[in-house]
Each structure stands twice: as C-alpha cells, then as structure tokens.
Design a protein around this ligand. Structure first.
Ligand SMILES: [Fe+2]
Ligand SMILES: [Fe+2]
Length: 199
C-alpha cells in the first residue's frame, strides 16, 4: 500500500515537472497583447509629442525652459518614430483616436504652460510617471520572442523616468494645486491608455 502511494506521488511530481518545462518552452507573446502594447504605446508617444509641442508653443524654443522641454521633445520624437516603424512591421492597427490625442495632448501642454513653468513641469511629472509605470508593466508581458521590443521599451522607460525627474528638478511640486493637478492628469492618462489599447 505505501508503495502504491509513493508511486503515485512520484508520477505526480514527474508530470508537474513536465508541465513546467512545457510552459517554459512556450515563450511566445500573445498576439492580442502584443497588438495592444504597440497600439497604446504608439498613441502615448504621439500624445507626448503633442504635449511638448503645446508647451513649446507657449514658452518658445529659445527660452531657458523651452530648451529643457525641447530635449524631452526630441526624445519623444525618437520614441514615436520607433513606434511608427513597429506599427507597420507588426501590422498593428493604430488607435482610431489619434485625432483626439492630437488635440487633447496639445491642449494639455499649452494649458499647463499658460499656468506657468512649474505647472508645465507638474504636467510632465504626472504624465511621465504613468508612462514609466506602464512601460515597466509591459516588459513583464513580453516573452522571449519579443526580446527586441522589450529592450526598446526598457530604454524608453529610462527616458520617461528621466523626464519625470527633470520635472521634479524644475520645481514641479511648487506649482499651485500640484497634488490635485497631477492626480487629474494621471487619471486622464490612465483613461487614455485603457481606451487606446482597444479602440
Ligand atoms: Fe516617450
Ligand atoms: Fe517622456
């Protein structure tokens, strides 16, 4: 009797091991997840270029703050160009809401810039915090068949966190109504992310 019990346990352990290694070999990213990642990142990077366009339109690119923003805008340009390539390469439909993010991004950038330099930087802190976290989560969803994309996203995550820190270094937290403003912008960004994945 104890022998039978032991034999069953050994068998169970063996099949559990088998399942585990089968799972390990199956390193391919779900196509729907991949599509959503590329669609939403393309939308987000596009929105980011529009936010900084809006801020530069108000401050001018030759002002001191304008130059700081231009540095971030240049990196956003690199990001969107990469996702423009990926959307074609991986045959992903872009979000239908690009025209909305075009206007909303610019309005957010220009609107916060009109409130002052610190408010513009508070906008950067809020947006880049959400995008940075989002990029972190996405790296977990990509399997080894998408190593390249994972690397790209890791690099962009680093850039976004640099932007976030530039915002803090430029007194974002001293903007009037910082806490409420950043919360509202964060919620807006998260909503835009949720919609752009699907639509
Ligand atoms: Fe970006
Ligand atoms: Fe950024």
């Amino acid at each position: 009797m104890p022998y039978i019990f032991l034999a069953i346990m050994v068998q169970k352990k063996k099949s559990a091991k088998k399942n585990k290694s089968a799972k390990k070999n199956k390193a391919s990213t779900d196509k729907q997840i991949l599509d959503e990642i590329i669609r939403v990142d393309h939308a987000g990077e596009y929105g980011a270029t529009r936010i900084y366009d809006g801020q530069i339109a108000i401050f001018g690119k030759n002002s001191k703050i304008g130059k700081t923003i231009q540095h971030m805008a240049d990196q956003e340009q690199e990001h969107i160009e990469k996702f423009n390539e990926l959307i074609i390469e991986k045959r992903v439909r872009p979000t239908a809401l690009l025209p909305l993010w075009n206007v909303a991004g610019f309005a957010l950038g220009a609107g916060t810039a009109l409130m002052g330099e610190k408010a513009a930087m508070a906008c950067t802190v809020a947006v880049e915090k959400v995008i940075g976290e989002h990029y972190r989560e996405q790296q977990e969803l990509l399997e080894d068949d998408e190593k390249e994309l994972r690397k790209t996203i890791a690099k962009f995550e680093k850039d976004e966190l640099e932007h976030h820190d530039i915002g803090l270094e430029h007194d974002a937290e001293k903007a009037p109504g910082y806490k409420v403003m950043t919360k509202v912008i964060e919620i807006g960004c998260k909503t835009a992310i949720a919609i752009s994945k699907k639509i």
